[in-house]
Design a protein around this ligand. Structure first.
Ligand code: MN
Length: 259
């Protein structure tokens, strides 16, 4: 049977990375698109509980039909899994995101969160992001990134190599990749900066700014940040267990002493 591939994208249903991926994945799967109606980048694992969710169809200029919702990227996955999709997806793909999702910043990512949601539902899932930093005049090559993702998606569908609850976070560099590195999450890739100013009514405003690292951090050759900044495709397995196991034993004293 042709696999059902659920495709979503935290940049919204009009994002070029979603459309490039839809075309490639359609070569070997039934691609069912459910994406947010607006950009939810940095939405993390937001869920919308305080209002009803709507799902409607939209026809794109190329004639394809996608499904759109007022929900978040994680909502897209759960809506599909809980019965809105025509059947249970065999694969969840979130992307291609405009911009890398790396290191300690991945918990901000709506793209990564959608893949985690898929893995939590027991479905093989991957998040895919393309580094688009740099020259704003440069057009991101979503077509090449989509072809690479297509090969990976096929491998995952054929071999199911991931343990339960584990998804893949894939980051693709600009230009032709030197190869692929399987990596761990690195540290921070963005510097934190706060810009202050006055709005036209004379009130203070604050705006988060900052810059992405541009050189690979030495001594961290096994990380996603090093791989991407060195020109490799980075593939990091992720799961949702945030427990700090190394602290459990020390904290048992609370059980013995009480509060
Ligand atoms: Mn995004």
């Amino acid at each position: 049977m042709v696999p059902l591939i659920l495709l979503t994208n935290d940049d919204g249903y009009l994002s070029p990375g979603l459309h490039a991926l839809r075309r490639v994945l359609s070569e070997f799967g039934d691609v069912w698109v459910l994406a947010p109606e607006k950009n939810w980048s940095a939405a993390s694992r937001t869920r919308v509980f305080h209002k009803p969710l709507r799902v409607y169809s939209a026809q794109l200029p190329d004639g394809s039909v996608v499904h759109v919702t007022n929900g978040s990227p994680s909502d897209c996955v759960l809506l599909a899994v809980l019965g809105v999709a025509p059947r249970r997806p065999d694969l969840v793909v979130a992307g291609i995101n405009a911009g890398a999702n790396l290191g300690k910043d991945v918990t901000y990512s709506g793209t990564v969160s959608a893949a985690i949601e898929g893995a939590q539902a027991g479905i093989t899932s991957l998040a895919v992001s393309l580094d688009v930093a740099g020259d704003p005049e440069e057009t991101p090559d979503y077509e090449s990134a989509a072809r690479l993702t297509g090969k990976l998606a096929r491998l995952l569908l054929e071999h199911h190599p991931l343990p339960s609850g584990v998804c893949l976070n894939v980051n693709i560099p600009r230009g032709a990749p030197k190869g692929i590195k399987v990596t761990r999450l690195g540290g921070k890739i963005w510097t934190e900066e706060l810009v202050r100013g006055k709005d036209p009514r004379g009130r203070d405003y604050f705006w988060f700014a900052g810059e992405m690292l541009s050189t690979p951090p030495s001594g961290e050759e096994d990380t996603d940040i090093w791989a991407l900044l060195s020109g490799y495709v980075s593939v990091t397995p992720l799961h949702l267990d945030l427990t700090a196991y190394e602290a459990l034993e020390t904290l048992r004293i609370l059980e013995r002493v009480g509060l």
